[in-house]
Write a protein that binds this ligand. Structure first.
Ligand SMILES: [Fe+2]
Ligand SMILES: [Fe+2]
Length: 220
């Protein structure tokens, strides 16, 4: 379709641009296939950086689920009579980079855990939106079997999101709140007691409250 004229104000399509819903659907599959594969590499890093056991296991669990989702997508490609092909997903690339940035910008412990949960929930929401759309398109295309497969993954992404909320609300957020208070106390201590060594770097070897048992707080 090289001879079509682009109307004023519209962006001209690239040479391989999708011409129908089926082509758009297949592009979407390639995109999420790249994203899921990228997540199988990103999730272990997130899990390693998590301190809460609940969060670690939620992430390792979802890593296994994600590996199954990759296989499921390969099955979808097969049902479409296509070779499984990944196309870089700029959105997921950005979300993963943002997650890595959050790790670097947070102290290890509950605060980093809260950051990881937030970053991972953005990923899950992106996946929920993507699979929701793909499922609707495949339904419109009359692909019943593919629709069922995609809905299975969609349900898993929703479940992962709920699990992360539970982990956040059951302990991580409260611990992160306390970590902030601890830090303030430490700063006060450093300011009042050791005024001579004014090195600026706030938290060093200040005593940590012992017996911090993580999930013993009921605050939300
Ligand atoms: Fe996924
Ligand atoms: Fe996911």
């Amino acid at each position: 379709m090289a001879t079509k004229k682009t109307p004023a104000g519209k962006t001209p399509p690239k040479s391989q641009a999708a011409e129908d819903l089926k082509a758009l659907f297949e592009d979407g599959l390639k995109d999420i296939y790249w994203a899921e594969k990228a997540l199988t590499k990103a999730l272990p890093k997130m899990a390693k950086n998590a301190s809460s056991e609940e969060l670690k296991s939620a992430l390792t669990n979802h890593l296994e689920v994600t590996k199954t989702q990759v296989q499921r997508l390969e099955q979808v490609f097969e049902l479409m009579g296509k070779k499984a092909q990944a196309k870089k997903c700029d959105a997921m690339d950005g979300l993963i980079k943002e997650g890595e940035g959050i790790i670097e910008e947070t102290e290890i412990g509950a605060v980093r855990d809260a950051g990881i949960i937030g970053a991972c929930q953005k990923v899950e929401h992106y996946e929920i939106a993507t699979y929701g759309t793909l499922r609707t398109w495949s339904r419109a295309l009359g692909e019943a079997e593919i629709t069922t497969i995609l809905e299975e993954t969609l349900a898993e992404e929703k479940e992962a999101d709920v699990t992360l909320t539970i982990v956040a609300e059951s302990a991580v957020n409260a611990d992160a709140l306390e970590a902030d208070e601890e830090e303030e106390n430490e700063e006060e201590e450093t300011n009042s007691s050791s005024k001579k060594s004014s090195k600026g770097s706030s938290k060093s070897a200040a005593p940590k409250k012992s017996g911090k048992s993580g999930s013993s707080k009921s605050k939300k």
